[in-house]
Design a protein around this ligand. Structure first.
Ligand code: FE2
Length: 162
């Protein structure tokens, strides 16, 4: 029994899921930086700002996830090699088209949401209400941001330039 009243040997699966989420968030974060820097075209101001909002938010959540692991007395993955090895979110590389950037962000959100649901499932099995509360709020927030991006992507295509 640890100082939180949780049995460490029962938390191993939950800790692995939290580390998966951390790794995926790190890749997602860097994809957002990439898109923030490299977006161009008629939607530059909207998307440059939107990607920044998302990465600022992701940075806070990355820290919260890592510190939740420490609170549970586990080690958060802390280097890039481990993140690349573990994450399902992929590095975006060079993307030129703004719609494609938004599509990739939405796809990254799907990976994160799936990962969060696995965390919630594992936390539920050990009655870890602290993690459930934290990740539940992350999940709701990410679902809402996904809806907004999806609404943006659903706009009509601009007529082709003459
Ligand atoms: Fe910037």
């Amino acid at each position: 029994m640890n100082y939180l009243g949780l049995e460490k040997n029962k938390l191993t699966t939950l800790a692995a899921e939290l580390n998966d989420l951390l790794a995926n968030y790190q890749l997602y974060y860097q994809n957002l930086r990439n898109f923030h820097w490299n977006v161009s075209g008629p939607h530059f101001f909207d998307l440059h700002r939107e990607f920044e909002d998302l990465y600022v938010d992701a940075r806070v959540k990355i820290d919260d996830i890592a510190e939740r692991l420490l609170t549970l007395r586990f080690r958060p993955l802390s280097n890039l090699t481990e993140y690349l090895d573990r994450a399902k979110v992929e590095e975006a590389g060079q993307v030129n088209e703004d719609r494609e950037m938004v599509r990739i962000v939405l796809q990254n959100h799907q990976e994160l949401i799936a990962c969060m649901r696995r965390v919630l499932d594992a936390a539920g099995k050990v009655d870890d209400e602290g993690t459930i509360d934290m990740i539940g709020s992350f999940l709701e927030n990410l679902e809402k941001r996904s809806w907004m991006l999806d609404a943006w992507a659903a706009r009509k295509r601009e007529p082709a330039m003459a």
